[in-house]
Design a protein around this ligand. Sequence first.
Ligand SMILES: Cc1cc2nc3c(=O)[nH]c(=O)nc-3n(C[C@H](O)[C@H](O)[C@H](O)COP(=O)(O)O)c2cc1C
Length: 220
Amino acid sequence: MKIVAINGSPRGMAGTTGRLLEEVIAGAREAGVEVDIVCLSQTPIQPCVACDLCHKVGTCPIKDDYEIIKAKLEACDAFILASPNYIFSITAQMKAFVDRCNGLAHRTALEGKYAVVVESSGGGEDEEVLNYMQRIVNSYGAQCVGKIGSPGAGPRMFPDQEALFEKARALGRDLCAAVQEGRHFPEQDEFRLAFKARMAYLINMMGEWWPYEREYLASR
Ligand SMILES: Cc1cc2nc3c(=O)[nH]c(=O)nc-3n(C[C@H](O)[C@H](O)[C@H](O)COP(=O)(O)O)c2cc1C
């Protein structure tokens, strides 16, 4: 089993989000699973320029490591998205990456995979950011096994830290268990399947302008 963890904090694993992510990863590693960590602070991803080539030919022409990270996502069994709360949302680094994944969303290309989402904040709206990240996971066709987020209590520290870290490690273990069981989260189906149908409609509507996605849909 392979897991990819993508951390959108500009502080990378040295930050508060990275500290919580470390515990989720420790839980997964306890289950004997390989976890590949991608820090967008070290691998900067430029913003999408809306050239539509991901829809037309299936690859992005921007010269950075996006295609390498995309290949890791396509090859993994499960992934983790981690971001601090930046103004009720994810960081610009994570948003740039998510926007570049637009082709994955159109093809709901990560269907059959599982994810968890991780967040930290200065003081709140953790649920709002975590719910947004779950929708991102679902828009790729993947299912979200769980969410963990908390306000910080200083750099790399949290209130009631031991209980939070135990929950984080349990979430890491549960991510591996969900993959092994092929678990189903029916409460996510309404959004996930409606999004998939909407994308199929869009690809059909765009017809000859998006040949790569049209062929992908025809062969699905
Ligand atoms: C630009 C910026 C915007 C932020 N916006 C919020 C916010 O809206 N709500 C909040 O609770 N914390 C906010 N924070 C605080 C961070 O979410 C918090 O410090 C987080 O733990 C940082 O994680 P990191 O060390 O992994 O980068 C913001 C921080 C920055 C730098």
